[in-house]
Design a protein around this ligand. Structure first.
Ligand code: GAP
Length: 506
């Protein structure tokens, strides 16, 4: 082995490559390598709550930056906002969430499990979700089965609103309805109530969109599967406002196509994505049509149809929300539908001199579900003849938490260490780089492969003489000698197909 090329022989030995077998593999990697930790672990944890570690926060930020750059920067028809998490309670009254954002809940008297009734075998007569039926009569007649123990000894169902409640003000009494507020269950409403503010301040003409990324909260009855379903999560939502006579269903298809391309650009294999047309009877109260993009989160399940779970949804929300929050619309008797609103969120079209409530196409994606899909798709194991395994996280370079690791070959040589640290500092303004000298070079490479770092830069004895370093590629394990003076340009050129946005630019 030449003095400047390190760890190359190992390349040919590791040939067999396997993808992530299940979510548990990712849970274990995520904890071991500092992506995601179980929350509140020192107190025994908190069911289905997770904390993002040093690499997880970078990965989440990179997903959000990629999304923001794609919609808000690269396009000319979308603005961004950041609204409050706690909004006036009336927002949730008129959005329909107070009345309808609930799940039917039952308890099993045998095994004491608590479950969503409408997910249980036997809940719908003959499996027909459209048929009218009396749920409690079916439960009492023993027609519905517990998903945990199979018993039919279940309680009546109760409707459980999934919004988290809180009280505003230091002196607020728990039962004071005037102090009641909710943590938002979707970021979308913050966009609707700001529609007119954004449209007039930014002088927008429809069609245009408003994007928002932020936390949402739902008191899910059955959270689980790692970060797939949690009570606190992050959404990336965009409301695209169009004319009432636009081709709404076609626009849904167009946004579905754009998002599939975006996910593919994040490194997700198309074979792990599929579309699901949500049946009429399962549509949310505001939707006329919804298409979900599903990801294969459960590749280990033998039945193909059970391998999929929703990654995101694209809905046609009509003018439901803008109309509901507006002061002017009236019902059949001429009474105002919303007597509490002080504003009319309609739009005046200068070209046709018509006033109307814009209709909305809404692509709503989850940050955490995107992160999980990206991790599952990037995961690969390479095994050699001896059965030794190396994990390589083939993250798209735009998402990789660290773009370049700067590794000195001899940590007891002050000149080499000094040169390596100087290179790390010089790269930092253009891309995320780290310095690491906590092991032998083989171990350091393996560690960076496992967290998805696209490039390792090694400084050795010869570097002191020829002012050059070795750049090693994560995926091919190919190594190349590059002059220090050309290093930043070299790395940026190789990263060019995967635009990187530094966090401070958001
Ligand atoms: N504004 C429409 C809306 O909120 P949704 O399908 O309920 O639609 C959109 O949510 C996305 O938010 C989902 O596709 C999913 O990615 C994410 N999401 C929803 N509930 C979640 C939960 N409990 N945990 C993690 N992500 C969730």
């Amino acid at each position: 082995m030449s003095s400047t090329i390190h760890d190359l022989r190992i390349k040919d030995q590791f040939t067999k490559i396997v993808p992530a077998p299940n979510i548990d593999t990712i849970v274990s990697l995520a904890k071991r390598r500092g992506f995601v930790f179980p929350s509140s672990e020192v107190y025994g944890g908190l069911g289905s709550a997770w904390d993002y570690g040093p690499l997880g926060v970078e990965l989440c930020n990179n997903v959000k930056h990629s999304w923001w750059r794609w919609l808000v920067y690269d396009r000319d028809d979308i603005e961004g906002i950041d609204s409050s998490i706690i909004l006036n309670r009336l927002v949730w009254q008129y959005s329909g969430h107070e009345a309808t954002f609930h799940d039917p809940l039952v308890d099993c008297r045998e095994c004491k499990s608590r479950m969503r009734a409408d997910k249980l075998e036997g809940y719908f007569p003959d499996g027909d979700r459209k048929a009218a039926f009396d749920a409690n009569a079916r439960l009492r007649a023993g027609k519905v089965k517990c998903s945990e123990c199979g018993s039919t000894n279940l309680t009546d169902e109760r409707h459980f609103n999934m919004m988290f409640r809180t009280m505003l003000g230091a002196a607020a009494d728990e039962n004071d309805p005037t102090a009641l507020a909710y943590l938002r269950p979707e970021t979308a409403q913050g966009i609707f109530i700001n529609f007119l503010n954004v449209q007039t301040a930014m002088r927008r003409k429809i069609p245009f969109g408003i994007a928002q990324v932020g936390k949402s909260f739902r008191n899910e009855i059955t959270p689980g599967n790692f970060i797939l379903r949690t009570r606190e999560f992050e959404q990336m939502e965009m409301e695209y406002f169009v004319k009432p006579d636009a081709e709404h269903f076609k626009l849904v298809d167009e946004w579905v196509e754009l998002y599939v391309e975006w996910f593919k650009g994040l490194g997700i294999d198309e074979g792990n994505l599929k579309l699901h047309e949500v049946p009429q009877e399962e549509l949310a109260h505001y939707s006329k049509r919804t298409v979900d993009i599903m990801y294969r989160y459960f590749p280990e399940r033998p039945e193909e149809e059970r391998q999929w779970e929703e990654l995101m949804g694209i809905a046609y929300r009509t003018d439901f929300d803008l109309r509901s929050h507006s002061s002017k619309p009236t019902d059949a008797e001429g009474n105002r539908i919303n007597p509490d609103s002080t504003d009319d969120l309609s739009y005046f079209d200068e070209s046709t001199k018509q006033r109307f409530y814009p209709h909305v196409i809404e692509p709503a994606a989850g940050v955490n579900r995107t992160v999980l899909a990206v991790l599952m798709d990037a995961y690969s194991e390479k095994t050699n003849d001896k059965g030794e395994t190396r994990v390589i996280l083939k993250l798209s370079p735009q998402l990789a938490p660290i773009k370049a690791a700067i590794l000195p070959l001899a940590k007891n040589k002050p000149e080499i260490v000094g040169m390596a640290k100087a290179i790390k500092r010089s790269l930092q303004p253009v891309l995320r780089a780290v310095y690491d000298d906590t092991g032998g070079i083989g171990k350091l490479y393996a560690r960076q492969d496992e967290i998805g770092t696209p490039f390792c830069v090694t400084i050795d004895h010869q570097s002191l003489e020829d002012e050059a370093v070795t750049v090693r590629d994560r995926d091919t394990w190919e190594q190349e000698r590059v002059k220090v003076s050309d290093l930043a340009e070299h790395l940026l050129k190789r990263l060019k197909p995967f635009p990187i946005t530094m966090p401070e630019s958001l």
